[in-house]
Design a binder for this molecule. Structure first.
Ligand code: ADP
Ligand code: MG
Length: 358
C-alpha cells in the first residue's frame, strides 16, 4: 500500500468535489490535521472511516486503497492486492509466539454433543455430534455463518442450556450432572463471560463491577483492592475505574469486562462475538488483550466469531456449519497474516466461496 499515492489521490478527489480540508474533516467528524496528514502521506485513515470517506469522495474502497481510479477490467486483480494490503496493515507483521508445553492439561472436553429444538410442528437440529477439547492457556475460536449453531454451542458450554445428547467436562467434572441449584455457583466459580453487550452492571462503577465478581467468589476482602488495581494496570483501565459503564467507550467497556472475567481466575472464559459492536481499533485492542490474558495469566478463552480477522488472533479455530464441525485449524509458527489466509481458504472450501468487506 502506497500511503503517499493514496494521500495525493484523496487530495485530488477532495478538490474535484470542491471541499476544503476542514470541510472534509468536519463531515467525517475528525480534525483538519488528520486530513492533512493523510494527504501528505504521513498516515492512513482508520478502517472505520473507509466507508464514509469513499462515500464522500465518490470512489470505491479499492480505488481509495490503490490511490487511483480502477477500470472494470483491472478490478479483480486490484481487489485481491488491495485486500491483501489492508489485512497486512491491520494485522501487523509480528511473528507469533506461543509457549509450547509437552503436556498441557485439558480444560474443556465435549463428547458427541447434540441439541435439537422441538416445537409442535418442527424439529431443528442445531448441533450434531460435536466433539472437541480445549487445552489450558489456549485461545480457541469457533467460526461459522449465522445459524450454524455457535450461540447454541456456547450456551450449552456456559450451562445456560442443556444438550439433548452428549457430555461436557470442565476440568474433569461432568457439567451435565450438576443440579439446577448448583449451576449458578458453578458458573460463578468456574466460568467467565464476555458478550457483545450487557457485560457490566450500569448502576455500579467499573471498580464495583469487578469487585462484585470477586466478592461473589468469596475472595478475602484485603485481596480485592490489590487484585483490581493490578488488573486495571494490565488492561489499561486504571484511569476509568471510578466511572460508570455509560461514561466510557465500547472498547473500554469490553476491556473492563475482560478485567472482570479474568479477576476471578475462571477455568474458562466464554466470549460471544465480543468485537461485534466495536470499531476496528478497539476490536484490535480487545483481541490483543485476549492474547495477553492467555499468555500472561494462562487464561483459556473460547471465542465465537464470524469474522476471519478476529479469528486470526486465535491459537486454533473450529469451523461450524449446520451444527457440525466441518474443519479445524491450528496455528503453527506463522504470523497472523499467514494464519488469516489459511482461515479464508478454509472458509472458502467450506462455503464454496467467501467475500470479505472491511
Ligand atoms: P448462530 O449463533 O451460529 O447464529 P444459533 O445457535 O443461534 O446459530 O442457531 C442454530 C440453529 O438453531 C438455527 O437454525 C436456529 O434457527 C436454531 N435455533 C436457535 N435457538 C432456537 C430456539 N430457541 N428454538 C428453535 N430453534 C432455535
Ligand atoms: Mg449467535
Amino acid at each position: 500500500m502506497d500511503q503517499k499515492k493514496i494521500g495525493s489521490f484523496i487530495a485530488a478527489r477532495r478538490k474535484d468535489i470542491c471541499l476544503t480540508q476542514s470541510q472534509l474533516a468536519e463531515k467525517l467528524g475528525i480534525t483538519d490535521k488528520a486530513v492533512s496528514k493523510w494527504e501528505n502521506g504521513k498516515s492512513m485513515p482508520d478502517l472505520s472511516l473507509f466507508r464514509p470517506l469513499c462515500g464522500l469522495l465518490q470512489i470505491t474502497l479499492n480505488e481509495l486503497l490503490s490511490g487511483e481510479f480502477i477500470s472494470d477490467e483491472n478490478l479483480k486483480e486490484k481487489s485481491d492486492q488491495v485486500l491483501f494490503d489492508v489485512v497486512t496493515n491491520w494485522l501487523g507483521t509480528d511473528q507469533w509466539e506461543r509457549k509450547t508445553q509437552a503436556s498441557v492439561p485439558v480444560v474443556l472436553k465435549l463428547k458427541h454433543i447434540c441439541r435439537r429444538y422441538e416445537t409442535e410442528s418442527t424439529s431443528t437440529t442445531a448441533l450434531k455430534d460435536v466433539s472437541f477439547t480445549v487445552a489450558k492457556g489456549n485461545f480457541v475460536g469457533i467460526m461459522g455463518a449465522s445459524g450454524s449453531g455457535k450461540t447454541t454451542l456456547l450456551n450449552i458450554i456456559a450451562t445456560m442450556d442443556k444438550a439433548t445428547n452428549g457430555q461436557i467436562e470442565l476440568n474433569g467434572q461432568n457439567v451435565g450432572a450438576l443440579s439446577e441449584n448448583d449451576l449458578a455457583r458453578f458458573r460463578r466459580e468456574h466460568l467467565g463471560f464476555i458478550f457483545q453487550e450487557y457485560n457490566l452492571l450500569d448502576t455500579l462503577t467499573v471498580y464495583e463491577n469487578i469487585a462484585l465478581a470477586l466478592t461473589l467468589k468469596q475472595l478475602p476482602k484485603e485481596n480485592i483492592n490489590p487484585t483490581i488495581l493490578d488488573l486495571a494496570a494490565q488492561l489499561e483501565i486504571s484511569e476509568i475505574l471510578h466511572k460508570f459503564p455509560y461514561e466510557i467507550s465500547g472498547g473500554q467497556r469490553q476491556r473492563c469486562a475482560c478485567a472482570r472475567a479474568i479477576a476471578t481466575n475462571p477455568d474458562l472464559i466464554l466470549a460471544d462475538e465480543p468485537t461485534g459492536a466495536l470499531d476496528s481499533v478497539s476490536a484490535k485492542q480487545l483481541l490483543e488483550t485476549f492474547v495477553m490474558l492467555c499468555r500472561k495469566y494462562d487464561a483459556t478463552i473460547l471465542m465465537v466469531t464470524h469474522d476471519a480477522l478476529s479469528a486470526s488472533y486465535c491459537d486454533s479455530i473450529l469451523f461450524l456449519q449446520d451444527g457440525e464441525i466441518k474443519a479445524s485449524l491450528v496455528r503453527e509458527q506463522e504470523n497472523k497474516h499467514a494464519f488469516f489466509s489459511k482461515i479464508l481458504e478454509t472458509m472458502g472450501k467450506i462455503a464454496g466461496g467467501v467475500t470479505y468487506v472491511p
